[in-house]
Design a protein around this ligand. Structure first.
Ligand SMILES: Nc1ncnc2c1ncn2[C@@H]1O[C@H](COP(=O)(O)OP(=O)(O)OP(=O)(O)O)[C@@H](O)[C@H]1O
Length: 345
């Protein structure tokens, strides 16, 4: 395969606030603004940021559950917006989603076996025997006993329900799984089991993940690369180790400073982020982070900083820490191309 599995170019989503008849310009919620990134086969890209920064909207745009206001999503080079019925169905097999709340995302009237085989049966007819064999195989794959196939979701624990959601996502042998806060509702020990299961499945089946989380501990455990979002925009995109060892954007630095430190040898940064996330209806001028940023200068109030490539390949949008030079600004104008430059090996 040439090029990345998933390429997102300048993706934008604005939700109109009402439909005023007399107003020429309707106010909008700027949920996602000019977001670009790629995901390689077998890679995990985590998207992090505070509540409301647009993470779930990115997930919904990737799955084409909502239409973008601008930008494109390409799977193996094909723009999903242009796909017609059959091609869209075929593409949907390749990308599956695992949701935060396995309880509400599983049909309570179907047995675990039916939940697992339902997506496949949308594409092909299975005999009773084939259904049972598939359900048993996938239950084993996610560490559950095949006997569980006769249980209803309400008869399973939270961790078992999330395993079931993963088994269902695996049934179509996807190349990419979008996991939106997939472990947030679980106890810490169950979270660790599910994360390790996802890592094992990635190794066995070469699945790529876009993993959305607000929990930096989880992200550090599983990410190859991390995109940090603030008020709809990516402000830093870097390899995971580099990001956690040496965050460059002041917002990334503050997020890491505010996270609990499981490793006692790591020195906690001093200034956690203060203040509220501003409204996405009327975001601050220039860099949206400037009202909360200890480093803000006049330029931050006036100009939106472009994502600029740094010496180690990461991308940072900050006038102070990553000022755009003539050359880097030219590269940043082609942000999608720039993002491709730091694809995983
Ligand atoms: N269907 C919608 N209609 C209007 N506004 C929406 C809609 N969906 C999301 N938003 C708004 O878009 C912004 C981004 O929301 P989104 O759910 O993507 O953020 P998030 O980072 O996933 O937050 P959380 O971690 O709390 O789920 C928020 O201001 C939200 O209120």
């Amino acid at each position: 395969m040439n090029g990345p599995l998933l390429k997102v170019e300048n993706l934008t989503k604005h939700y109109p606030l009402g439909a005023g008849i007399f107003k020429k310009s309707i106010p909008v919620i700027r949920a996602v603004e000019d977001v670009s990134f790629c995901v390689e086969a077998g890679e995990t890209l985590c998207i992090v940021g505070e509540s409301g920064c647009g993470k779930s909207t990115v997930a919904r745009l990737l799955m084409r559950l909502v239409e973008p206001t601008g930008g494109r999503v390409l799977i193996e080079g094909t723009d999903i917006a242009g796909l017609k019925k059959d091609a869209l169905r075929a593409w949907r097999r390749r990308m599956q989603m695992v949701f935060q709340d396995p309880h509400s995302s599983l049909n309570p009237r179907l047995t675990a076996g039916q939940v697992i085989t339902e997506p496949v049966e949308n594409f092909e007819c299975l005999s009773r025997k084939q259904r049972q064999a598939l359900a048993a195989e996938l239950l084993r794959k996610v560490g559950m006993s095949p006997e569980m196939m006769h249980r209803l979701p309400s008869e399973l624990s939270g961790g078992q329900r999330q395993r079931l959601g993963i088994a269902r996502a695996l049934s179509l042998k996807p190349s990419l799984i979008i996991a939106d806060e997939a472990v947030s509702a679980l106890d810490v020990s169950v979270q660790a089991q599910i994360l390790n299961l996802l890592l094992d499945l990635q190794q066995q089946m070469g699945i790529a993940f876009v993993f959305i989380s607000h929990d930096l501990g989880v992200v550090e455990h599983i990410a190859h690369r991390v995109a940090v979002m603030y008020l709809g925009r990516i402000v830093e995109l870097a390899r995971s180790e580099a990001l956690f060892e040496n965050p460059v954007h002041p917002y990334t630095e503050a997020l890491i400073a505010a996270a609990p430190v499981p490793d006692p040898t790591r020195v906690r940064l001093e200034v956690p982020v203060e203040g509220e996330v501003p409204s996405p209806i009327n975001p601050p001028s220039g860099c949206a982070f400037h009202p909360r940023c200890p480093l803000a200068v006049e330029r931050c109030r006036a100009e939106i900083p472009p994502l600029v490539p740094m010496a180690d390949g990461r991308l940072v949008a900050c006038h102070v820490r990553a000022p755009a030079t003539g050359q880097s600004a030219a590269a940043a104008n082609f942000s999608a191309a720039t993002v491709s430059a730091i694809r995983s090996p």
